[in-house]
Design a protein around this ligand. Structure first.
Ligand code: ATP
Length: 654
């Protein structure tokens, strides 16, 4: 029941768990003394004798009341300190574990590894662990282990309290306490198997439900929703059955342990009555034995109840430990590959930034990003990037543009350390990208995408999800920069609610809030991957100049389809089929007559049409028609005229 793997997890603090258990045991001891004093004190009122070591505390009613109050105060104090310690322990552990799992989620090698249990994608397994898993591991340390410690200490308490009252009763209760785990665990192996089955089904149903919900539109379009609903209801029925089996198992354990408790309490009471039948204190002692024994068994009974949760916690804790070790191994391997292998040359251990730099990334120290003959192919062999060379200085606004599928997001993901292995070399702040640990990317880069998650909570909790405690002034500043201040002020300010996934905001407002959140990080690099795709034109302009401004102190890389948004960018890279085909500032590219110029003129024309109230749909304005892969590069021949809306063929009927 004590797992070494769990003890090594970040935030795990066995000492605190033991402290909680000890405090609870001291509280229980105080409570049992209260029972003793109350019963014998009451007996004395009716002229019944009390043992000499109890009688001194209940010489008169006032003394008895004072002692009872003192014991109640000790009990309350113990409970309060134990609760506070448990809260601190689970808070710290939850933060440390979540952060650690976040690094695993971020780890490209792990995300690309084989499928998890039950066909789950590795990231889905990690996401489950970071919610359910973290919760249950935290309660293992803050509830289960303390209950275990308290149960063990209660044997000592039983010896201290009951043996002096009646040796036989004390012995029976202690034997009962030792026998209880065996009675509760009689069907243990079967129940562990049920537990494991239950967890698998739980994960499976959860993931399937989530997938179905995300893909509901697609399921409907393909008339697959009914079949999926059928499958979900079958899976849910299976889950319900294992849940019932699990509850039945828990009930069996509790019945087994209750049986032992009843037998022990009855035997102890009867033994006291029998052995002290000639003693004037006999009856009162028997009452005390009965009541105190029930209290002595309480922690152990609670432990039986918690055993199931403890089993789950151990399994999930082991999975978390495994995810961590996988990350440690892969990042070490990647780093050594990058140092030794040809795929990622140029990296030497001393090229990795110093810990001081990691702890306090500073735009002035940051030396930029550069790539030499960088190529990347996805695991299925698709060559998404080919032979890219560029040099991005520590500050400036750079834009990646190009048709859909040209490789912009792939390049952004690669620069954010999410895609490996690559060929050629790419250095971030002087160190080969493949050798950088995930933590370093988090320090250096802020990646904001168009569909970043917003949490159920408030504006403040969304801007500061890690609870770093930014000042109201800092939060207000970023809301102002993203043109959200009036809106948020009108809704009640920083503590106004944000519904699930930002449902009470428009798409553009959600994106602006995500950008505001990113701005708070003050990182040396910002990557905005279609971060403003749903933002209206008016705000798009504000954000474009915000990014230009941000580029004066950081390295800003924006990926966008809307070329008007990068007019002031220091350099624009035009990608086509994974290659940089044009680069320069806006005016240079627009006057070059190449692919960029073509797309700019087309967009400009469509935007003007819309501005004049003519037909083309707004969605069309932000998307380029994609050049067929077989078509030659536009720089090699006269630019073909791109199809306008009126020239596009009408969609054929299904
Ligand atoms: N996981 C993957 N496995 C295989 N191929 C992929 C994968 N992800 C993307 N691709 C392919 O890589 C190419 C580049 O994709 P990428 O997402 O980088 O394009 P993009 O320029 O960002 O497109 P968009 O503007 O539509 O977002 C595309 O042809 C895409 O189909």
């Amino acid at each position: 029941m004590i797992s070494k793997d769990l003890l090594k997890l970040p935030g795990a603090d066995l000492r605190r768990s033991i402290t909680i258990g000890v405090l609870q045991a001291v509280g229980a001891l105080a409570e049992i003394f209260m029972i003793l004093l109350a019963i014998f004190g009451l007996g004395q009122l009716f002229g019944l004798a009390a043992p000499i070591w109890v009688a001194v505390f209940v010489t008169d009613p006032l003394t008895a009341i004072i002692w009872l109050l003192a014991l109640a105060a000790i009990k309350c104090l113990c409970v309060m300190v134990a609760n506070q310690t448990a809260l601190t322990l689970s808070g710290r552990m939850s933060e440390a574990l979540s952060q650690d799992l976040y690094l695993s989620l971020f780890d490209p090698t792990q995300a690309a590894s084989a499928q998890g249990d039950e066909g789950r994608k590795p990231n889905q397994s990690l996401a489950m662990l970071s919610t359910e898993g973290v919760k249950s591991v935290c309660s293992y340390f803050s509830t289960f282990l303390p209950a275990l410690v308290q149960s063990l200490l209660m044997i000592v308490v039983a010896a201290l309290v009951l043996l002096p009252l009646n040796w036989a009763a004390g012995l029976i209760v202690i034997l009962g306490m030792l026998a209880l785990p065996f009675a509760a665990n009689m069907t243990r192996s079967k129940e562990v198997a049920t537990q494991v089955e239950h967890m698998k089904k739980y994960d499976h149903v959860g993931v399937r439900f989530e997938e179905a919900l995300r893909g509901l539109n697609t399921l409907k379009i393909f008339h697959a929703d009914e079949r999926e609903a059928q499958q979900l209801s079958e899976d849910s029925e299976g889950f319900r059955k294992t849940t019932m089996a699990l509850l039945a198992g828990q009930l069996r354990s509790l019945i087994g342990s209750d049986g032992v408790i009843y037998i022990a309490v009855i035997l102890a009471t009867v033994a006291t009555i029998f052995l002290q039948r000639h003693n004037p204190m006999g009856m009162m002692t028997a009452v005390v034995v009965a009541v105190a024994s029930v209290r002595l068994f309480t922690p152990e009974r609670q432990l039986v109840y918690l055993t199931h949760a403890g089993t789950v916690a151990i399994k999930q804790g082991k999975a978390i430990a495994q995810a961590r070790s996988l990350r440690t191994t892969t990042s070490t391997t990647t780093a050594s590959n990058a140092t030794e292998g040809s795929a990622a040359p140029a990296s030497a251990p001393d090229a990795v930034p110093s810990p001081a730099a990691s702890a306090a990334p500073n735009a002035h120290l940051f030396s930029g990003i550069s790539a030499e003959h960088l190529s990347f192919a996805y695991p299925n062999g698709f060559q998404a990037l080919s032979d890219l060379s560029f040099n991005l200085p520590p500050t400036g606004h750079f834009a990646l543009v190009g048709a859909s599928g040209s490789g912009k997001s792939t390049l952004a993901s690669l620069l954010a350390g999410r895609l490996t292995p690559y060929e050629g070399s790419v250095t971030v702040d002087g160190a080969e990208l493949a050798s950088l640990p995930p933590e370093r990317f988090i320090d250096l880069e802020t990646v904001v995408t168009g569909n970043d998650h917003l949490f159920t909570g408030t504006v403040r909790t969304n801007l500061d999800p890690a609870g770093l405690g930014y000042s109201d002034e800092a939060l207000t500043q970023v809301l102002l920069q993203t043109d959200l201040l009036d809106l948020i002020a009108g809704r009640g300010g920083l503590d106004s609610p944000i519904e699930q996934a930002g449902a009470n905001l428009s798409g553009g407002q959600r994106q602006r809030l995500s950008i505001a959140r990113g701005l708070l990080r003050h990182s040396p690099v910002y990557i905005f991957d279609e971060a403003t795709s749903a933002v209206d034109r008016e705000h798009d302009q504000t954000l474009a100049s915000l990014m230009d401004q941000l580029g004066r102190q950081s390295l800003v890389i924006t990926i966008t389809h809307r070329l008007a948004g990068v007019r002031q960018a220091d350099r624009i890279f035009m990608l086509d089929s994974g290659r940089i085909v044009e680069s320069g500032n806006f005016d240079q590219l627009a006057s070059q007559g190449g692919l960029f110029a073509q797309q700019w003129h087309e967009q400009d024309r469509l935007e003007n049409l819309t501005a004049e109230g003519q037909q083309p749909s707004p969605s069309c304005l932000s998307r380029f028609p994609r050049r067929p892969p077989s078509a030659p590069h536009p720089s090699q021949h006269q630019p073909p005229s791109l199809p306008t809306l009126s020239k596009l063929p009408a969609p054929s009927p299904p």
